[in-house]
Design a protein around this ligand. Structure first.
Ligand code: ASP
Length: 344
């Protein structure tokens, strides 16, 4: 390995690499060479930068576990040859990919920085150029002992670096598109890059990377709302083939305490379905001892998701089911942080 930072860019698609179709004027994914041509400043970094790209690049609304596998495989295959990895990705499902990769890449000791942009990189006012360059710098950053500064999956967007499994897309319009409502920034980007070493993930031991490729999609969200009927809830809870449900509840994890509602949850839990209680609020989490309506849900067999994001909750279930664990072990893992995704 040379002393110049070696970074691998994995271009999956998204607005950052899009151009306008000359006839329809809609944005469409373009070839990666378009991206590099538009950011000549990258050469000034004096890094060794290689890239690989999805064929074809995709809008991230089409992202799926098979694409996560493709990204994880690229990282595993090239893990020893690079100091860090930059994943270029659409913003729409970026928080899901970041969460999924955080679980799939066990013992990660190198930076995996995911970024994208709100405006295509070819546009005059693009945010893509800054995001890409800063992501490369973050991926190359080392601490005083020469170890990577970031040893986890993170999202770099606008002026902040967020833990991937703590971030949420919060704006469809602003450059400031991501936020982490329950965890501090890992770094603030100003004149320099200021890392918060207390917030960064640190494992006590350096172990070899272990990649888990199987993500089991037998999961779903159920969003409750005032007026939800027994028929609707029952239909959803009895969806064939589903093993785990992220139940998106009110406030501190509360749901209707009417007998039909509780019975439905009880029956689902008794059938072996995992029901993970996650709040619809962006900030704070489930506190099932606060109100009777939350406590009854727990007594019925739901598991507290604490302050986990919906994106991390659904991908954590996919990951745990992918490991082929039994129900009780899945419950235990839901109740602890595997890679900084939840405060228990
Ligand atoms: N639809 C695009 C995507 O997620 C939006 C973006 O890149 O920001 O791929």
């Amino acid at each position: 390995m040379t002393t110049r930072p070696r970074i691998l860019i994995v271009y999956t698609g998204g607005t950052i690499g899009m151009i306008e179709h000359p006839v329809t004027h809609t944005l469409q994914p373009f070839d990666f060479s378009h991206l590099m041509d538009n950011v000549p400043k990258i050469k000034k970094l004096d890094y060794v930068i290689d890239n690989i790209q999805f064929d074809p690049p995709i809008d991230s609304s089409n992202m799926s576990p098979k694409h996560w596998e493709e990204i994880a495989r690229a990282i595993e295959q090239h893990y020893d040859a690079y100091h860090g990895f930059v994943i270029l990705h659409g913003t729409d499902t970026m928080a899901y990919t970041a969460s999924a990769l955080s679980f799939m890449l066990e013992n990660l000791h190198k930076p995996v920085i995911i970024t994208g942009s709100q405006l295509p990189i070819g546009e005059v006012r693009t945010d893509g150029e800054e995001n890409l360059i800063t992501a490369l710098q973050v991926a190359a950053a080392v601490d005083e002992s020469g170890e990577p500064m970031v040893r986890e999956v993170a999202i770099l967007f606008n002026n902040s670096l967020w833990r991937g499994n703590r971030a949420t897309k919060m704006s469809a319009d602003n450059f400031n598109a991501f936020y982490s409502y329950n965890y501090p920034t890992l770094a603030n980007i100003g004149l320099g890059i200021s890392f918060d070493t207390d917030a960064l993930l640190r494992s006590p031991m350096k172990r070899p990377l272990k990649v888990h490729y199987t993500m089991d999609p037998a999961v779903m969200f159920i969003d409750i709302f005032p007026g939800i009927t027994e028929a609707t809830l029952s239909h959803q809870l009895n969806t064939p083939g589903v093993k785990g449900i992220v139940l998106r509840t009110f406030g501190a994890g509360n749901a209707p305490s009417e007998p039909w509602f509780i019975n439905q949850i009880q029956q689902a839990a008794a059938r072996g379905l995992i029901v993970l209680n996650v709040t619809q609020c962006v900030n704070g989490g489930v506190n099932d001892t606060l109100y009777e309506t939350g406590n009854t849900l727990t007594c019925a067999g739901a598991i507290s998701g604490h302050d986990i994001t919906s994106e991390a909750a659904i991908t954590k279930l996919m990951y745990l089911f992918g490991l082929g664990l039994d129900t009780e072990t899945v419950k235990q893992y839901l109740n602890c942080a595997l890679c900084g995704e939840v405060t228990v």
